[in-house]
Design a protein around this ligand. Structure first.
Ligand code: ADP
Ligand code: MG
Length: 390
């Protein structure tokens, strides 16, 4: 491997790291561009949630949509849900930023005050640790019995109305939406429902793991009318070929066709795997043409990198019981698998292992696929578990 290869390496493996060349996804980008154009003209749009396995490129796609917002001067805020994220301050900060971006036209004053009131109520009532302004005891008392969903809805409604009045539009991006707390998602759905009834130019684009709509649907029965769900899958062979070849061409290198085929086969055309594999291959290949031999010679290193990183960080977050559950899934021989087969492999009753199933779903490692069967949210995780167990 030459140092120079690392400097010129055009691949970009990593969560949310934008690739040099975004393969495929034209359909999604076109659809969102059209929606944004309508939103910009003040036409209310249905919110969308993109779902798919880890590493298919959901975050990268959100980044792409945010670039379009920049071009079209649509105000946006990116929020990634994590254990430590506090949702209310994230949203109120975004609302405050939006207000600061507005021109201080006299006629907007009332609207601005409404947003500020809603921010204040939400913060004092539901996020008191984040209060940075003075409040009196009476005020505290007054805010004490407010309803979260209602206050949240008031914030969105006031934001939507000022956006409309000021001829602006707003899009919230929420990544890892499956980790949202139940009460937050419920409030968010209520708020979006109201905004769409009013026809305001405010929308949300979310990204999450497969079957995130079950989780959202459980929060609110009318959720399916609020969101459109779009699956993001691995790339087609042609798209995968582009993802492999185009970045190299820009650096003046070619691939032997057999080398490309081998990468497609080994990665199953999952974008993250392609980036990771090609990254290793690039570092190891010295000629102007990347050969099948180069690819084969990098395979071991590629697998080791995945095992020690992408797979391991997820595996390490599990308890021994959860690991045994996942091994028992692998032992079913075919995925998705049924919980009763998992139970049989563990020599337990279904009721005994149901809590483990729930924990693994919460941690985002497995999801309830069709007909109540379960599967891994991480592609090729079963192969990793087999290697791990030895
Ligand atoms: N359409 C694509 N073409 C090429 N590479 C992609 C594409 N989508 C994602 N990637 C690469 O895949 C990796 C994972 O993308 P990411 O958006 O983090 O996935 P997800 O959010 O679905 O887990 C990143 O390294 C990114 O560069
Ligand atoms: Mg992501």
């Amino acid at each position: 491997m030459s140092e120079n290869n690392i400097f010129t390496n055009p691949y970009n493996p990593g969560a949310g790291s934008s690739p040099k060349y975004l393969a495929g996804r034209e359909k999604e980008i076109e659809a969102v561009s059209v929606m944004f154009e309508a939103l910009k003209r003040g036409i209310s749009q249905r919110s969308v949630i993109y779902y798919g396995l880890r590493g298919v490129g959901k975050t990268v796609l959100l980044n792409e949509f945010e670039n379009i917002c920049d071009q079209k001067a649509i105000y946006y805020q990116h929020i990634e849900i994590t254990d430590s994220l506090r949702f209310i301050p994230a949203i109120t900060t975004a609302a405050n930023r939006f207000l600061r971006n507005l021109s201080s036209k006299e006629k907007l004053k009332n609207y601005i005050n409404k947003v500020l009131d809603a921010i204040k109520t939400l913060t004092i009532s539901f996020s008191p640790g984040d209060v940075t302004f003075q409040i009196t005891a009476e005020e505290k008392e007054m805010y004490y019995s407010t309803d979260y969903e209602q206050t949240f809805t008031e914030l969105f409604e006031s934001l939507g109305s000022i956006a409309k009045e000021a001829c602006q539009s707003i899009c919230f991006f929420i990544d890892e939406i499956q980790y949202m707390r139940k009460e937050d998602i419920s409030a968010l759905i209520c708020a979006l429902h109201r905004v769409s009834q009013k026809g305001y130019p405010l929308m949300l684009i979310g990204a999450g793991l497969p079957k995130v709509f079950q989780f959202i649907g459980n929060a609110r029965t009318y959720a399916e009318r609020i969101f459109r769900y779009e699956e993001i899958d691995s790339l087609t062979d042609d798209e995968a070929r582009d993802a492999i070849v185009v970045p190299a061409e820009e650096e003046g290198k070619k691939y032997e066709p057999a080398a490309v085929d081998e990468i497609i086969r080994e990665t199953g055309s999952y974008p993250y795997f392609i980036q990771e594999f090609c990254y290793q291959v690039w570092n190891n290949a010295d000629g102007d043409t990347i050969t099948l031999k180069d690819v084969k010679g990098s395979e071991k290193q590629y697998i080791e990198t995945l095992d020690n990183g992408f797979f391991m960080v997820r595996f390490e977050r599990c308890t021994d019981r959860e690991k045994n559950f996942m091994y028992a899934m692998v032992d079913c021989g075919e995925l998705p698998c049924t919980i009763s087969n998992v139970a049989k492999n563990m020599q337990k009753q279904v009721t005994q292992i149901s809590p483990i199933r729930a924990q693994l779903i919460n941690k985002g490692l497995i999801y309830a696929a069709k007909y109540g069967e379960i599967d891994f949210t991480v592609p090729k995780f079963d192969e990793f578990l087999i290697r791990k167990r030895g």
